[in-house]
Design a protein around this ligand. Structure first.
Ligand SMILES: O=c1ccn([C@H]2C[C@H](O)[C@@H](COP(=O)(O)OP(=O)(O)OP(=O)(O)O)O2)c(=O)[nH]1
Ligand SMILES: [Mg+2]
Length: 148
């Protein structure tokens, strides 16, 4: 078993009666999160899907909102801002941004698993401004500089 961290969570009125986000298997990295609303994503359409949940993530952690590969593969339905970032100081409703890249309307029913939530540690950077950076073999090469 890997380590687990307590996360305080509040159900909003429209989240009553829904299961909490849950790990589907013993080794799952993400908890599948459920929609708290019925909505249809038209082709090319996007929507911030309500989850009916707000939370207080412990300082030093974030939650990443990631797509479910099954929805992406079968229907072209994914999370446009993946990974979505839930900050530890955010107390609003967690919403899952979704976009339908597929050719057909995609109906979401309350209770459907729309995305997955990954709790991750955050390391904050402290800038150290300098005049010169160290030299490397790569140097300024990027964006395909090593070939395709
Ligand atoms: O998929 C997402 C992404 C963000 N949020 C919430 C939690 C997050 O803490 C807050 C701000 O997100 P972000 O920093 O990505 O958005 P922004 O456009 O920079 O907004 P802000 O100016 O509020 O930071 O919105 C969600 O509910 N779902
Ligand atoms: Mg922001």
């Amino acid at each position: 078993m890997s380590e687990s961290v307590g996360v305080r969570l509040k159900r909003l009125p429209h989240g009553e009666g829904l299961a909490l986000p849950a790990y589907e298997t013993s080794g799952a990295a993400g908890m599948d999160v459920l929609s708290a609303e019925d909505v249809t994503l038209e082709p090319g359409g996007r929507h911030a899907v309500a989850t009916g949940l707000s939370m207080a993530i412990p300082e030093g952690y974030e939650i990443q909102v990631r797509p479910r590969s099954g929805l992406a593969f079968k229907f072209g339905v994914t999370v446009p801002n993946t990974p979505g970032t839930i900050d530890s100081d955010y107390r609003g409703e967690l919403k899952v941004l979704m976009i339908n890249h597929g050719p057909d309307p995609f109906p979401i029913t309350r209770g459907d698993r729309v995305a997955q939530l990954v709790l991750a540690p955050v390391t904050r950077a402290q800038w150290q401004e300098v005049e010169e950076l160290d030299e490397t073999v790569r140097g300024e090469g990027g964006f395909g500089s090593t070939g395709l």
